[in-house]
Design a protein around this ligand. Structure first.
Ligand SMILES: Nc1ncnc2c1ncn2[C@@H]1O[C@H](COP(=O)(O)OP(=O)(O)OP(=O)(O)O)[C@@H](O)[C@H]1O
Length: 288
């Protein structure tokens, strides 16, 4: 394996020295990442670490120079439209329209993403079925629960049959059953299609159980990279045998905790919580 975890072959995502600044705020600061085809890759880190900015760069929503991001071998700057055709993106912000039915929402995405007209009907039905919403497809999205809205957004992202599904905090604000349901659907679709999944989450439990590999971002940089097991073993090696088995949360506190806990000079927006964030998307109410 290379330092970025590569095993050779074309990566689903390759970032080389990705840097992005909003004015004087350097949100992402030299990120090198390689996501292999077919894996579920988790981006973790405290609030303000640069996760969303990284995802928005990868999905071509923020401009990056040539040579910095490649998606399945296509340069994101030079071949933006070709890259967009390979992607499905579920952003943190609500992307479903409460005044439309579930089916109409998915159909809208099929049109926007240029799904060929003769395939459109079938692809919309397949996407709704894949997330378990076929039975609710004729209801207005405004009547959906928060968990159903997230599944609808997943269907919207899936309707273009992406090779890479990018999810920004897909389970935030959902109860444990709805969270499990979203992950089960993602796992099922991935098993059926071989799709690559790149996801951000604040849930250590989900990262541990659902992701093949993880990158911990802190202040715009990758501070740790590996499988959940490798990251925990690394902490054992550092602390020495005999310490209690570490959790992923322990790993993260070790990597960035000193800075997070210290008085420091951090801005409020860069102070992080490694536990579940309390903020929720309040999806259902916002749809209404
Ligand atoms: N549109 C913007 N304008 C100015 N600054 C921004 C903008 N978007 C993000 N930032 C800043 O960039 C940094 C990284 O933000 P980003 O949203 O990428 O972090 P994150 O890891 O996704 O955080 P969270 O877990 O809270 O979603 C933060 O300091 C943030 O305040």
């Amino acid at each position: 394996m290379s330092a970025e975890g590569g095993t050779g072959g074309v990566a689903a995502v390759r970032c080389t020295g990705l840097t992005y600044a909003f004015g004087r705020t350097r949100a992402v600061d030299g990120v090198d990442l390689r996501v292999e085809q077919g894996e579920v890759f988790g981006l973790l880190g405290p609030n303000g670490a640069g996760k969303t900015t990284t995802l928005r760069s990868i999905t071509t929503l923020l401009p990056v120079p040539p040579g910095v991001i490649e998606i399945f071998g296509r340069d994101a700057a030079r071949r933006k439209m070709a890259v967009r055709r390979l992607l499905g993106y579920v952003p943190q912000q609500l992307s479903a329209d409460g005044a439309l039915t579930g089916r109409e929402n998915v159909d809208l995405f099929a049109r926007v993403f240029d799904v060929p007209r003769r395939e459109r009907h079938e692809r919309v039905e397949q996407a709704l079925a894949a997330v378990g919403l076929a039975g609710a497809a004729d209801r207005l999205a405004a009547t959906y629960s928060g968990g159903m809205v997230r599944l609808l957004e997943l269907a919207q992202a899936l309707v273009s049959a992406p090779r890479l599904l990018v999810l920004d905090e897909p389970t935030i604000g959902l109860d444990p059953i709805a969270r499990g349901n979203v992950w089960e659907r993602i796992a099922g679709i991935r098993a059926a299609t071989g799709m690559t999944v790149l996801v951000t989450t604040h849930s250590m439990e989900e990262a541990d159980q659902r992701c093949d590999r993880l990158a911990l971002l802190h202040r715009g940089r990758v501070r740790a990279l590996g499988t959940p097991g490798e990251l925990k073993d690394g902490l054992v090696a550092h602390q020495g045998e005999g310490s209690p088995p570490p959790s992923l949360e322990d790993v993260f506190r070790h990597v960035a905790g000193g800075e997070l806990d210290g008085p420091g000079d951090q801005r409020e927006d860069q102070r992080g919580e490694f536990g579940d964030v309390r903020r929720t998307r309040r999806t259902a109410s916002r749809v209404g």
